[in-house]
Design a protein around this ligand. Structure first.
Ligand SMILES: [Zn+2]
Length: 627
């Protein structure tokens, strides 16, 4: 039993349901957290690790799966890995040529084509105003600390010192010259970057990333040789380039002016950090120091897990289809399709009965709902990318990864000027998660999430609706969260609201921000703006799942619904990790996703006879329901 009988449900649903488990649970030393999603993820991984171990001895008939297993075996064969050291060092030394704007411009295409860290990133993505085509997008580089806001915390120096120490140890081991200079310059360059790139909170407002600039303006602000790069890579120039981060682009010239030596050092250090783990387990341990400090994990993951995860990072869809076919039944798929249909029907009913929207806006919302596509389990057809992802088994691991990265980025780049293929899945079948893709207006529920406590044929209907039902409703609600509301049924930014209705929606969004903003956890606080889209989705998830459940089972036991809802958020995390998530994660903390959210529902208050003296009580006028 996971329940903690010392806690009253009426005061703390989350700890009543999960408390005893949390108290007893030990977070594995190589992980920042455990429980809920993570346990399911570990279970899937354990199953697949066993499969890979066997497949490494006796190959399968599935050619693509064999490639994934070969990659796994290359990692396991440690003595072979160190052979890649010269390849890495030669690649790093090429950067010695980059000393000023001219040498940078002259080498720009070479750097891009060979996966060098650039001071900006180029990507091809669905156009947010016309999701039938792709556009070319530009954004800034990542900072060393996971979010720009962390540079203003007392922890900053401590963390950067861990980073510096880590880089020093790696450079020493590689016997790389000018170590302290490289480190200092890397830190200086990062210190300039962090002032001009977006924070997690700014990224969360993803509609604001859509800023089409005429190509000539981007060349002028970024680098004139970008034009040659684009022509060489894509054959022709797109008229517009989407600038994700206008502030970054505006300040790019200042970032680079007289700073090419800083860029050179920064690029060298980043290139080494991105690759050194492939050389040996000792290097991998060193290269993980900073990340472990940030997340609180104590030791690195085993070689076996690393090997599987690396293979999965390149062949996830292949592995997901294999997992789905073997471990996910047709019966479960049918059952889940039914739950999704029920949820969509409830959503429609609720929209039709909506009291704060005009009929005009309601109809538009229903059109969006009707057009929504559903992906359950795993794809029927494997994306062409995976057929292209091949490598020579005799190369060193580092060269293999380089080849795979090149193939992958050239495959992505070739999409520009082609029509968008909406049958593509953005999550693989072995992923314990679900998602809404705003550009496709589709929802994906991979096979791996369709297990208890989310879903099981052996659970009660109430438990399934409190689990997967609420998750399905959550994903549907992303179509109508603060960002999704600005996109139409085709996945395009398009205003389908009347002025008055949108004003009302903004008011409700503000209530959700305020409800979560500042909720305390450890010595940190929830950021209401960062997590608003997810909180709106959680809220709509519960509403629509509750409504479906009540329709198909009028005498349902709502207690079971809410108890299982709290169970799916069960999580025990290290304090470092909790604080990290509060800073960078658009999802609020599990504790409040359960405890704060259910308080918005009169059904919760009624099911457990919550009184105004109970801590879980929220006065009716303070409750927030959006959808
Ligand atoms: Zn979500």
């Amino acid at each position: 039993m996971n329940k903690n009988e010392n806690v009253r449900l009426e005061d703390d649903l989350y700890n009543y349901v999960n408390g005893s488990w949390i108290k007893k649970a030990k977070i594995p030393a190589d992980q920042p957290s455990t429980g809920g999603f993570i346990n399911l993820h570990n279970g899937v991984e354990k199953t697949m690790l066993k499969e890979f171990k066997n497949l490494a001895k006796k190959s399968s008939k599935d050619e693509l799966l064999n490639r994934a297993v070969t990659l796994y075996s290359k990692v396991m064969d440690e003595k072979n890995r160190l052979e890649g050291q010269n390849y890495l060092l030669e690649k790093v030394n090429y950067l010695n040529n980059i000393v000023d704007q001219k040498s940078f411009s002259d080498s720009l295409y070479y750097l891009y084509d060979n996966n060098y860290p650039l001071p900006f990133s180029i990507s091809v993505s669905e156009d947010m105003k016309d999701a039938t085509k792709y556009s070319l997008c530009i954004s800034g580089p990542n900072t060393i600390l996971p979010d720009t806001s962390m540079y203003n915390t007392p922890n900053k120096d401590l963390l950067l010192n861990v980073y510096k120490e880590m880089v020093k140890n790696i450079l020493e081991k590689l016997n790389y010259p000018n170590q302290s200079e490289l480190i200092e310059k890397t830190i200086s360059f990062d210190d300039k970057i962090r002032l001009i790139v977006k924070s997690s909170e700014e990224w969360a407002d993803y509609i604001k990333a859509y800023n089409p600039y005429p190509n000539s303006k981007v060349y002028k602000l970024l680098n004139p040789s970008l034009k040659q790069l684009i022509l060489a890579r894509f054959g022709k120039e797109p008229a517009n380039i989407i600038v994700y981060d206008p502030r970054f682009l505006k300040n790019f010239k200042d970032l680079m002016e007289n700073n090419y030596d800083l860029y050179q050092a920064w690029a060298k250090v980043n290139l080494i950090l991105q690759n050194v783990a492939y050389l040996s387990e000792e290097y991998r341990n060193l290269a993980g120091t900073f990340q472990r400090t940030i997340s609180g994990a104590k030791v690195m993951s085993s070689k076996e897990k690393f090997a599987y995860r690396l293979a999965n990072s390149y062949y996830d869809e292949v592995i997901g289809v294999y997992y789905g076919k073997k471990y996910f039944g047709e019966e479960a798929k049918k059952d889940v399709v039914n739950i999704v249909k029920n949820l969509i029907l409830s959503y429609k009913n609720r929209l039709n009965n909506n009291t704060w929207l005009s009929k005009e806006t309601i109809n538009k919302a229903i059109t969006k709902l009707d057009k929504m596509e559903i992906k359950i389990g795993y794809p029927d057809k494997i994306n062409d990318l995976f057929y292209n992802l091949s490598f020579s088994v005799n190369s060193s691991l580092i060269e293999i990864i380089d080849t795979l990265d090149k193939t992958r980025s050239s495959f992505e780049d070739k999409k520009l000027f082609k029509a968008v293929d909406r049958s593509v899945w953005v999550m693989s079948g072995n992923t314990v998660n679900a998602c809404y893709n705003p550009s496709f207006n589709d929802i994906t529920f991979p096979a791996a999430i369709l297990q208890a406590p989310f879903y099981s044929i052996n659970q009660s209907i109430e438990e399934n609706y409190g689990g997967i039902g609420a998750v399905i409703g959550h994903e549907i609600s992303h179509a109508f969260d603060n960002n999704g509301a600005q996109m139409d049924e085709f996945g395009n930014i398009n205003n389908w609201w009347t002025k008055e209705d949108y004003k009302n929606f903004k008011k409700k969004t503000k209530l959700m921000i305020d409800e979560f903003d500042g909720l305390p956890l450890l010595d940190a606080k929830v950021n209401g703006k960062l997590s608003v889209s997810e909180n709106i989705a959680d809220n709509g998830g519960i509403t629509s799942s509750l409504e479906s459940l009540k329709r198909i089972k009028p005498n349902c036991d709502l207690k079971q619904f809410f108890i299982n809802y709290a169970r799916i958020w069960c999580m025990k995390a290290r304090p470092e990790y909790i604080k990290l998530l509060l800073t960078v994660d658009v999802h609020g903390p599990s504790y409040y996703r359960a405890n704060m959210q259910v308080r918005n529902f009169k059904e919760f208050h009624e099911a457990f006879s919550i009184k105004d003296t109970d801590k879980m009580y929220l006065a009716p006028e303070k409750r927030v329901i959006i959808w």
